[in-house]
Structures are given as C-alpha cells and as structure tokens.
Design a protein around this ligand. Sequence first.
Ligand code: BES
Ligand code: MN
Ligand code: ZN
Length: 501
Amino acid sequence: MTALTLSTAGAATLRADVVVVGVAKSGKTLVVAPGAEAVDTAFEGRLAAVLETLGASGSEGEATKLPAPAGVKAPVVLAVGLGTAPEDGEAYGSEVLRRAAGTATRTLTGVKKAAFALPITAPEDAAAIGEGALLGAYVYTAFQDTTDAKKPLGEVALLGAKPRDKAYKAAAERALAVAEEMNRARDLVNMPPNELTPATFAAATQVAGKEHGLKVQVLDEKALAKGGYGGILGVGNGSVNPPRLVRVAYTHPKAEKTLALVGKGITYDSGGISLKPAGHNETMKCDMAGAAAVLSTVVAAARLGLEVNVTGWLALAENMPSGSATRPGDVLNMYSGKTVEVLNTDAEGRLVLADALTKASEEHPDAIVDVATLTGAMVLALGDRTFGIMANDDDYRTAIHEIAEEVGEQSWPMPLPADLRKTMDSPSADMANMGVRMGGGLVAGLFLQEFVGEGIPWAHLDIAGPAFHEGAPYGYTPKGGTGSAVRTLVKLAERTAAGEL
Ligand code: BES
Ligand code: MN
Ligand code: ZN
C-alpha cells in the first residue's frame, strides 16, 4: 500500500526519487503552477520553456519526465498537466488536482518516493492530491505473477501541506481513509467471480468488521428461507453458491441520525434463464459494485469516527441458470408480502434490493440510499462515467447530486415518472419485475420505490456506467473496478452527521 506523508521541506530540498510539478496553459504560454517555484528557480526560471521544447502543452492527462538540474535533490522532475490556469487569485479545482496526482502516480510505478509540489492553498487541495495519488497508485495483481513487475509508488510526500496544522493533518487522514476504502471496493469488484461468491463476500465483511469494530450479521440461505426473503432466494436459487443478506453496522454513541445504505451484490450476473448473450457477460463480475461501495462507506465512517450511525445492507446472490433457477413466469413471494412475477430473470438486481429495502425500512432509519449497477438503460442514457440519481424527495436528490459534484463524482438527477409504474402491472401477481424498455432505468427505480417504508427519504444511485471502467486508464481511474459512489456516500454520511441533511 502506498504511504502518504506531509512534509515541510522545499520542493528542491526534499530527498525523493522524483519531484512532481504542475504545468498549465495561460493563454498561449505554458506556466509552472504554484508550489514548484524552487524547482523552477533551479532551472533558472526556464522550466516552462524546457517543457515546451519537449512538447508539453499543459493539457490534463499529460505527463512529461525530465532530468532535474543541480540544486534539486530529486534526480527526476515529472510535470503533470493541469489544463487552463485559473484566473489570478483563484485556486485550481479539486478534481483537476485529484486527476493530475493520479496521472502522476500511474506514471511512477517502480519509484520509491515522490515529492508532490502541486498547488495547495487549503486543506481541501491537499486532500484532493492525496486521494488522487493513492487512487492512481492502485493495481490489482492478486492473480498474477508479480516477481518481475514494477511495484506501485511507495511513498507520496505532499509538500506545501502544513504537517503541524490540525486541518491539514485531518485532511490527509481523511484522504487516506477514503482512498483506501475506494481501493477496497475496487479489489472486491476486480476479484474474479469464482473467488468472490456471496459466502466469501460475507466472510470478507466479517473480517473487515472485526478490524474496524463493526457489528456484522449474516443471514444464510436457511435463515433467508425462514424469514421469507423470496426476492433474494429467487435470484440465488439457480446457483450452487447460495445467497446471503449481510447487515454491517457502524454506530457512534453520540449519533443523532441513522443512515441506511443498501447495496446490490450480484457476485456474477449471467442473466439467469434469460441468459445474457456473449458480449454482455464478460464484465458481469462488477454487478456487486453497489454492495462493495456500501461496505467501504461503512468502514470509512468507522475509520473517520463520524457522529452518525451508518447501517449497510449487502444483498448478495449469484444469478445463474440451472434446473433450480427461477423461470420467466415464476411468481416470487417477496419479504414485504408483495408478489412479483418474474418476466425476465436478468432484471434480478431489483429483486434482491427490494427485500433489502423492506428489511432496512423496518429499522426506521432517517434516510435510505441504495447503490446498484442496475440497468443498461442508465448507461445508454448517461454514458459510462456518470451515475443516475432517483429519489422520492426532490431536495434529497438535489443534495446528493451537489455532494457528488463536490467530491468529484459525475452524476445526474433522473425522474421517477408515475405513468411508467403501470407498465409493471402483472396479470398473475401484484407486479412484474419488468415494464417498458424505454426509460428502463426509471422503471427499475419505480420498482424499488414500492419497497421503501412509508415516510422515509430514499435515493437510488444507478452506477451501472461508472462502476467498471473498460477503456484506457485516465487520471486516478484504472481499468476495472473504480470505487464509484464511495466518495459521495462518505460525504453524505458526514453531512448527515453534521445535521445538514
Ligand atoms: N447488471 C445488469 C445491468 C448492467 C448493465 C450493469 C451493464 C452494468 C453494465 C442488470 O441486472 C440487467 O441485466 N438489467 C437489465 C434489465 C432488463 C432485463 C429489464 C438491462 O438493463 O438490460
Ligand atoms: Mn441482470
Ligand atoms: Zn445485474
């Protein structure tokens, strides 16, 4: 794991293997960003000019390495692009810094220690750089021979962040907790589905719970049958790996509010009897990303000691076809007492979430947020970097959208049009698990809403797009699991703790 330290040393004097500086576009010229003045001085004020000769433009995502001149302790300078320089007196945006730091660490595999001399004007900037750097250093090599592989960057030393200042120390600690918990979620998503089953996911939750003082309760298939969890059982019964419902709770003695988080945890989504065609199932190990984000958030709340109770519900099942699998046409008796006709076994996420939402509602939390890789329709609507937010409360939806923006996660508010509800009417049950195809993401949201307890503010995050990244890595985002929604949920818990929600 990459270490994060704060240092008072100057950019030219800290002993490190590389010093990272920022460069930006100012009109037609390239400028060195604040924080790296000492390095520029060692270049006799010509660092930007030298970089320009090497072809640097200051664009975001750009990384240029060059040897350091005499007067700089680190032998190598790495210049990362920060895009357009802000107006005089204004600071660089957090997400620009986060991404630039991630680009830097992705470039620095095999390096022991790098000094980050990027522009810091406030603790938030230090947090963004720390987060980006630790996230960019992430690699998933659990099932690879790494004897000859370069190791991720060993240590990130942040310059310009005052180590003795309480606010900076807290910012760095928060950045470490958030980044490591995002990386936990990434690990879970990247784990192959023959290794991560509902039972092993539950076991991993128990291990994390022990380490962080959380209360973990696991309902196995027998307990689920006894309790009447027809939705979770109906999805899990085609697999030799039986389902689980996990409750993982963080409590604070002074908490005044309880936030319930519900995560979709389909450890593999083959589609079931409504089998997905080839081309649509290669990445379906990612279908538990919602549950992973929920677990990570509960652990982060504990690590940060937030004054709020956070209860996570992980609805874990494997969706497989077999002789014991649910058939299209079957009617399930849900935990809520409602019956659901399964028209398409590939619309399984809403079935496991429905039972978990009913169960979570029984405890009367102050709010419920569910997170799920729920629909392909949401990916068609918003692309693969933006999650959709639906809610039964406009203010709550707006608040979550603003929080996501603040922490650097792309999201967009989506409606729950009441007229779509009747498209899920069924001739043989209280409702069907499918409605019209058009607006499929909203139909799924309307289905979930039916299982939320009366009067509880509820939001639904459909992270089917951003949960798993198939393209080339960029900024702090690697290929594979991304840790989507963790930052938003942690900030939401903090806001709830502060009594602002
Ligand atoms: N897990 C999928 C949704 C998904 C698609 C996640 C792409 C990530 C990337 C979900 O269970 C699913 O199969 N949804 C169906 C619902 C339909 C049958 C009503 C879909 O979106 O096609
Ligand atoms: Mn599915
Ligand atoms: Zn699914």
